[in-house]
Design a protein around this ligand. Structure first.
Ligand code: GLU
Length: 398
């Protein structure tokens, strides 16, 4: 064939988190000794009440099409959750169930972005954000969160980045990959700029339950924000449902309508069974989430402890999510035992995978080549092995 394929698609990069996870799982399936702290995927099983809700749905024949936006029961439950836990007022008709939170990010951008529109992406950022903005013809505008400010952007930085082409800001709080969490005051200051500049806010809150030394506040909870904020959340992380692919958008009414239209044409709706599973998750109480938070906090402390002895520059203590963003640029310019130079985070991660069987993600994927990302949503044994391998791998560099 000589006719060209979609240029827009050729201009975006593949997801490195997904690529590394796929490669590590393949290597493990081939019998290789690989410790994977690549993808952010909780190691716990999906809680029983959720599986039972899904089985019940199957047995009751809930296996047919649902409305594009999802079944009313689960949208009601999401609306109630947002009111109860976050003080938000999105009605059930403003909730759209999606095939995971990633799909909800796509829906949000697809509803907002015109060719040439700018979308502000605080950096470091989750690998998928800029690629989806580009895919839709928009321009990601990166605003660098400084390490001294725990990788968070300030209201002044946001204001300076806004212009007449700015359509939205894509916030991720708590943040993947840095684990930083915006305080209420910091969010209030950002919200004032967002309202004054009259831009939209896409707020990815998928790690909301995983905050350790602080509290979570939704970006939509400030004056003037709900009518311009699309909240994104999902069940993959909070309820160990990565493979179920179920999340949601909560959006201002006109945007919710558009997202419903997009979904009606693109996917029809997320799996009916996964929607009932999500309803099970929303009805089961917080016991398992609280237990996971406690486990992740311990693991975070362990990773920080180990990292402080291995690294030359201390890592920022993540206040949320389940990632450690570790500074490794002190090791750049060194050579591997086979004579290859470590030029940056990609080479370092490649070397650690090949020589130590340790899968982690280069910071370059998140817009910061000076770091590598560890997901500590893994068992204590795996974390210990990973740290041992990391230490040995770095020690062998000359
Ligand atoms: N969100 C997780 C991560 O960052 C899963 C993989 C992905 O979708 O990027 O590792």
């Amino acid at each position: 064939m000589t006719r060209p394929l979609s240029e827009r698609t050729q201009n975006i990069a593949a997801s490195l988190t997904v690529a590394i996870d796929t490669l590590a799982k393949q290597m493990i399936a081939e019998g290789k000794d690989v410790v994977s702290l690549g993808a952010g995927e909780p190691d716990f099983a999906t809680p029983k009440p959720i599986c039972e809700a899904a089985c019940k749905a199957i047995h009751e024949g809930k296996t047919r099409y649902t409305p594009p936006v999802g079944i009313l029961e689960v949208r009601k439950a999401v609306s109630e959750k947002l009111a109860r836990e976050n003080g938000l007022h999105y009605k059930p008709e403003q909730i759209i169930m999606t095939s995971g939170a990633k799909h909800a990010v796509f829906n949000s951008l697809a509803a907002l972005v015109n060719p040439g529109d700018e979308v502000i992406v605080p950096a470091p950022y989750w690998v998928t954000y800029p690629e989806l903005v580009k895919w839709l013809g928009g321009k990601p505008v990166f605003v660098q969160g400084k390490r001294e400010n725990d990788f968070k952007i300030t209201a002044e930085q946001l204001k300076a980045a806004c212009n007449e082409r700015t359509k939205a800001i894509l916030l991720n709080n708590p943040c993947n990959p840095t684990g930083s969490v915006y305080s209420k005051q910091e969010l209030a200051a950002l919200a004032r700029v967002i309202v004054a500049e009259d831009i939209y806010c896409i707020s990815d809150e998928v790690y909301e339950y995983f905050v350790y030394d602080t509290e979570f506040t939704s970006a939509a909870a400030f004056e003037g924000m709900e009518e311009r904020t699309i909240v994104i959340n999902g069940f993959s992380k909070s309820h160990c449902m990565t493979g179920w692919r179920i999340g949601y958008n909560a959006a201002p009414a006109p945007i919710a309508k558009i997202i419903g239209k997009i979904q009606g044409q693109a996917t029809h709706h997320p799996s009916n069974i996964a929607q009932y599973a999500a309803l099970g998750a929303l009805s089961m109480g917080m016991e398992s989430v609280n237990a996971m938070r406690a486990a992740f906090k311990k693991r975070r402390d362990y990773m920080l402890e180990r990292a402080s002895k291995i690294l030359k520059t201390p890592a920022n203590a993540p206040q949320g999510a389940f990632y450690l963003f570790a500074p490794v640029s002190d090791f750049y310019g060194t050579k591997t035992p086979s004579g290859k130079t470590i030029g940056g985070s990609v080479e370092l991660c490649q070397y650690l995978l090949e020589s130590e069987g340790l899968a982690i993600v280069p910071g370059a994927a998140f817009g910061d080549d000076s770091c590598v990302r560890f997901s500590y949503a893994a068992s204590d044994e795996m974390l210990q092995k990973a740290c041992d391998r990391f230490k040995r791998g770095l020690k062998n560099l000359v």
